[in-house]
Write a protein that binds this ligand. Structure first.
Ligand SMILES: NC(=O)c1ccc[n+]([C@@H]2O[C@H](COP(=O)([O-])OP(=O)(O)OC[C@H]3O[C@@H](n4cnc5c(N)ncnc54)[C@H](O)[C@@H]3O)[C@@H](O)[C@H]2O)c1
Length: 254
């Protein structure tokens, strides 16, 4: 079977559950060695056990993406052990409180920005540093959100953090395009993950309202983001950089 990522080593943050877990599986299916960084250890071990059971290559590390030193050590360690870091999926994120601006505390704001935006900045900086040393290009994909493209009342810190990820993506893409380091973002709509369960309070009524707001009239499976990420990681998307790609059933096109 021909695979698109054979021989590549790819870091996946937030790979213990949801979109990250599904994407890690798809990257491994495509032949990549997958290094997962997350803070949920039992779920992370489950993810790699699932990958190994299908013949894939994966390992798990407990690393908080907002810890710059730990991320640097992780990335350097990957390069030392395997020779290169070829791709990275900066996906770890938290939803933060559902609140309008007057109800957002400064602590809540800082927490969401630290994980969702500073975390991506920290990872990207370490990844670009390593890819420049290798001088063989690379592909970095980060998870923004449809909420990184349009305003949504009631999710102030989250929306601001995801708009930040889009800005970071476009800027770093331009800074390193000439070195063949491609930097893109995926912007998911509503995806069936533990985060969506939490945001909808597992309420059938809220879920129904969400579904009616989507032109394709359904939520997506995490694998639908994973397939997009695998494509962005591969040479099949070799001329694409600086893109914030909605994967949202048409939601932001409305
Ligand atoms: N589910 C959706 O509908 C949706 C829509 C748009 C964007 N997103 C984004 O997709 C990404 C993945 O979310 P998901 O829906 O799979 O949710 P999820 O909660 O299942 O997964 C998030 C993962 O990130 C990890 N994580 C959280 N904080 C971390 C930290 N500081 N360091 C390392 N890992 C950390 C969690 O442990 C978890 O495994 C997030 O960035 C989220 O904002 C999700």
């Amino acid at each position: 079977m021909t695979t698109t990522l054979t021989g590549k080593t790819i870091l996946v943050t937030g790979g213990s559950t949801g979109i990250g877990r599904a994407t890690a599986g798809i990257l491994a299916r495509e032949g990549a060695r997958v290094i997962i960084a997350d803070v949920q250890d039992a779920a992370g071990e489950e993810t790699i056990a699932g990958i190994r059971a299908t013949g894939g290559d994966a390992e798990y590390h407990h690393v908080d993406v907002s810890d710059a030193e730990a991320i640097q050590i992780l990335v350097t360690g990957i390069a030392t052990r395997y020779g290169s870091l070829d791709g990275a999926f900066n996906n770890a994120g938290i939803e933060g409180p559902t609140a309008k601006i007057l109800d957002v505390s400064l602590d809540d704001w800082h927490h969401v920005i630290r994980v969702n935006l500073t975390g991506v900045f920290i990872c990207m900086r370490a990844e670009v540093t390593q890819m420049l040393k290798q001088n063989s290009g690379g592909s970095i994909v980060s998870t923004a959100s449809a909420a990184g493209l349009i305003g949504i009342p009631g999710a102030v810190s989250y929306n601001a953090s995801k708009h930040g990820v889009v800005g970071l993506t476009k800027t770093v893409a331009l800074e390193y395009a000439s070195r063949n380091i491609r930097v893109n973002a995926v912007c998911p709509g509503f995806i069936e993950t533990p985060m969506l369960e939490r945001v909808t309070d597992a309420s059938a009524k809220i879920r129904d309202q969400l579904i009616r707001s989507v032109p394709m009239r359904r939520v997506a499976q995490p694998s639908e983001i994973g397939e997009t990420v695998a494509w962005l990681m591969s040479e099949k998307s070799s001329y694409i950089t600086g893109v914030a790609l909605p994967v949202d059933g048409g939601w932001v096109a409305q």
